[in-house]
Write a protein of this length. Structure first.
Length: 253
C-alpha cells in the first residue's frame, strides 16, 4: 500500500480525495491548514494544522513513510508550496502540484492587475467608492488603511474582529456562486469595483462574469511565484499521473 499526503484547502483537493478514497492500494491523508472554522466534510482521514515549516513537513513525510506528496493548496498559498517543494526534495519524495488555470480576461472585462494586497488598496483611489472584497480573511485587514470606502465583504467564516472602517457589510457564505446571484448582490449594494484574487476555476467566477455584465472594474491580484515542480491542472490528470508513477516496473528476463 502506498501512502499519499494531499495538501488541501481547495475543492480540487476534496474531489481528488474522493476519487482515491475507495482504492485499496492507497492510504490517503488530507492535510488542512485549519483556518476555516467549519470545513466541508472530507471523504478521507484529515490532518489539521501546520507542520512547522519545511523542516516539520520533511519530518512528517519521513515519519509517516509518505510515498507521494500532492500539493493541492490554494494558488496563493505560496509559502506552503515552497515548503512542500523543499521537504519533498529533501526526503526524495515524489511531488505533484495540482494547480488550476488562472482566469484570463475576455472582451468586456475591465481589470486592473496588481501584485500585492497593498497595491489593491491603493488601486481603489482616494475618492469614496463601494467596493466588493473577496480576498479572504487574512488580507481584509489591509483595507483599514482606506476607510473612506464602503465595503461589502464576503468570506467563508465571519470576519472577527470586524474591519476598522465606518462602512462595512459582511456576507458569510461558501461557494460556488452563480453569475446571477453575484449580479443581484452587487446591484443591491451599488458596487462600483470588485477586488479579487485570480483563483481560477468555476466556483467563484460568478463575480467576474457579473462585473463584466454590469460594466464594473475588477482589481485583480496576480498569482504569486510558485516552485517549478511537476504540475497538472485537473483531478483526472492527477489520478492518471499517480497511476503512471506507482505502476509496477516491468523487468526484462
Amino acid at each position: 500500500m502506498r501512502h499519499i499526503l494531499i495538501l488541501g484547502g481547495t475543492a480540487e483537493a476534496r474531489q481528488l480525495a474522493g476519487r482515491l478514497s475507495h482504492r485499496h492500494d492507497l492510504a490517503i491523508t488530507l492535510s488542512l491548514a485549519g483556518r476555516t472554522a467549519a470545513p466541508a466534510e472530507q471523504p478521507v482521514p484529515v490532518r489539521t494544522g501546520g507542520f512547522g515549516g519545511a523542516d516539520g513537513l520533511a519530518a512528517y513525510l519521513e515519519a509517516q513513510k509518505i510515498d507521494v506528496l500532492i500539493d493541492a493548496t490554494h494558488p496563493y498559498a505560496a509559502v506552503m508550496s515552497a515548503h512542500a517543494a523543499e521537504a519533498a526534495s529533501r526526503g526524495n519524495v515524489r511531488l505533484l502540484a495540482l494547480r488550476r488555470q488562472p482566469w484570463a480576461g475576455v472582451a468586456g472585462d475591465r481589470w486592473m492587475e496588481v501584485d500585492t494586497i497593498d497595491d489593491a488598496v491603493l488601486a481603489l483611489g482616494p475618492a469614496p467608492r463601494h467596493a466588493f472584497l473577496t480576498v479572504g480573511r487574512r488580507d481584509i485587514v489591509a483595507f483599514a488603511a482606506a476607510p473612506q470606502h464602503s465595503y461589502l465583504i464576503r468570506s467563508v467564516d465571519p470576519i472577527d474582529p470586524p474591519l476598522r472602517v465606518p462602512h462595512a457589510t459582511y456576507v458569510t457564505a461558501r461557494g460556488p456562486f452563480s453569475e446571477a446571484d453575484d449580479r443581484e448582490l452587487m446591484t443591491k449594494h451599488q458596487i462600483e469595483v470588485v477586488v479579487a484574487k485570480n483563483s481560477g476555476g468555476d466556483a467563484t467566477y460568478g463575480k467576474i462574469a457579473a462585473a463584466r455584465s454590469l460594466g464594473i472594474g475588477v482589481v485583480m491580484l496576480r498569482r504569486p511565484a510558485l516552485p517549478a515542480v511537476t504540475t497538472v491542472e485537473t483531478v483526472q490528470d492527477t489520478v492518471a499521473w499517480l497511476d503512471h508513477e506507482l505502476a509496477p516496473t516491468e523487468r526484462g528476463v
